[in-house]
Design a protein around this ligand. Sequence first.
Ligand SMILES: *Cc1c(COP(=O)(O)O)cnc(C)c1O
Length: 745
Amino acid sequence: MDRDRLLETFKNIEVTDKTAVELYKEISSACMDEIMGESGKTPERCAYYFSVEYLMGRMFFNNLLALGVLNEAREIFARKGFDLNAFEDVEDAALGNGGLGRLAACYLDSAANGGYPLYGFGIRYKYGLFRQKIVEGEQVEEADDWLKTWGDPWSVRREDENVEVKFADMTVTAVPYDMPIYGKSVNILRLFQAEGSEEAEKISEYLYPADDTEEGKILRIRQEYFFSAAAVGQLVKRYVKQYGRNFSHFPEQHVFQLNDTHAVFAVAEFLRLLTKEYRLTLPHAVEIAKQTFNYTNHTILPEALECWDSKLVEKVLPEIAHILTRLHLLAKREWNACGYPKEETAEMSIVRGGKFSMANVAVYISGRVNGVAEIHTKILKERLFTAAYGHAPEKFLNVTNGVTQRRWLMLCNEELANFYDTRLGHGWRKNLPAIEEIACDDGDALAAFARIKETKKAQLAAYIEKREGITLLPDAVYIAQVKRLHEYKRQFMTALAILRIYFDLKEGKLPDFTPAVFIFGAKAAGSYKRAKEIILFLNKIAELIANDAEVNGKLQVVFVQNYDVSYAEKIVAGSDVSLQVSTAGFEASGTGNMKLMMNGAVTVGTMDGANIEIVEKAGKENNYIFGATVEEINALGGKYDPVKFAEEHPRIKQVTDTLTDGTFGDADGKLKDLASSLFEETYNRADHYYVLYDLLPLVDALLKVDEEYKDRTLFVKKQLFNATHAAFFSSDRAIRTYAEKIWKI
Ligand SMILES: *Cc1c(COP(=O)(O)O)cnc(C)c1O
């Protein structure tokens, strides 16, 4: 790529009389010309990433940074009187839900930057994750028509590579859109758009359509099969062109990574093609598949481990249902021949209770199965896939998640990046572990870092003021909990902890309290009633506090609307404290925790997911760990009774009573329902996620933070220590591990 030529093109772009949209398209297109000029032949062996979500965020700034022209471009256009920050309004393509989709985006970035040939496959949804507004405290969802205003100048439609995907009742055209990912190599994210009849086009219309009806379930099956089959079909066809039906070289050239179970239909389609179209025997096809596929598990939540009713699959994809059934019998025979006990084969079984277990298909076929943090991988081995692990321990490994420091440090915190440049030179930009060289007890460094944090906090406050119309308290500690809304993530527990602090303030028990601002950002899945109730509760608390002159100079709660990648960039850079308070054993890894750490937030967290590794790297003494461990929770067994527990702890009872005593009004019973989640049996026990059990320890941890924040030098030292020990959580490290241990690329 010719940097000077690109800068020259920028200089020649006329800005007068053009709209921001026109300029966006023109500048992007100039970059695309350079990028596409670089994308050459694919190497012999490539890795392919199958993911139903990609949460890319804005590509504009990312690509200009990757091309090494961001600062010059800013200057060139500023001289013409155009501020590139106008593109902060560009739609943030949210073709994903949360961590899993953002991980896929970080991995593509790191692979390209490390020069690893990794190609992504997914779906080009017409509407991304809904846009969220808060109206009278409640979430309102609007369709995210992300292409409407700004278009998509970063992708190229490739009709010459269309694929036909066949269902029992229709044939759908999968039209590829290629988005180049620029780095040391130029890799491609290929998203398929469904075209054909109106029915066909529904397939790529929405991300995660509601699946509480049969129709909804069928649509999801179609989505998953659609992109998996398009991708596999294309790769197999290309291979056959070169080698004919001898598939023995296929695994030498292709390695497939399944990002969770959503693309497990790729396994079935691969076997179908090899047996039906190319006449291999099933055992032979399975042998090839076993050398090609790998699977990353992302959750142990039973509701997220996909099981598809075999009758439904048969209805829309009869050949796929047939091949999965044959695979089931083949695996059973194999296990029986080995003499595995019945309970074990039942656990590993592909067909279970009339359903296909997609996770079991993935585990059976995959060469390597990985979890995404040490504790999560341990749980996979010991609790989720016990039998499979017992028979093939070598199959299982851990690859702790990571985030790209290009977006989550260099782009979102230029000031901190400059700080490293000044003290270390530019070497750290290619080798993140170099930031550990910063001496965290050096007075100058601490003072400089403290100034940067203040700057980033001021920027965040200004942004929230602009977006939400809320002025943050001055001189406050900023505490952020930003992530999807889910009961296991326990935003509800934080809400109750804030109420506890509110009452303590009112009762005069906290005379030296440092002002604290709690920042929440979270979308609740459209059909997830309880998650929506928690959003309402948070907003009720925000309102209660804001209207109470006795405390509103000390405490503030802000729920920001439409939390997405771009909002995350502001919040992770501008927060002092990162809340990671999931019930131990439930958060596979978390990546939000890593982004905040990388920007120098200290963690208030449970011993869960990657939090454990975070405090291993940055020291328990520099973070605030609280709450029950996995072992403690397991040991509690049936002994925990939240009703009794609240009775025994008046400090808890006082806050939970607000859910039912009319403190917030509650004509429609939404808060009452939240109370019943604590005190009545739902799922299989009351307070399923141990919210009350960990509540007071959380309050204590928050009060400790508040106390220690007063000694600013000490607190900033903790923050700087976290920032400079975050290199392990770079997705560059994670991708290197995948490349070396799994992909062999
Ligand atoms: C990083 C990220 C997530 C994941 O956050 P967790 O705290 O790991 O759940 C979700 N949404 C967005 C927009 C993100 O950037």
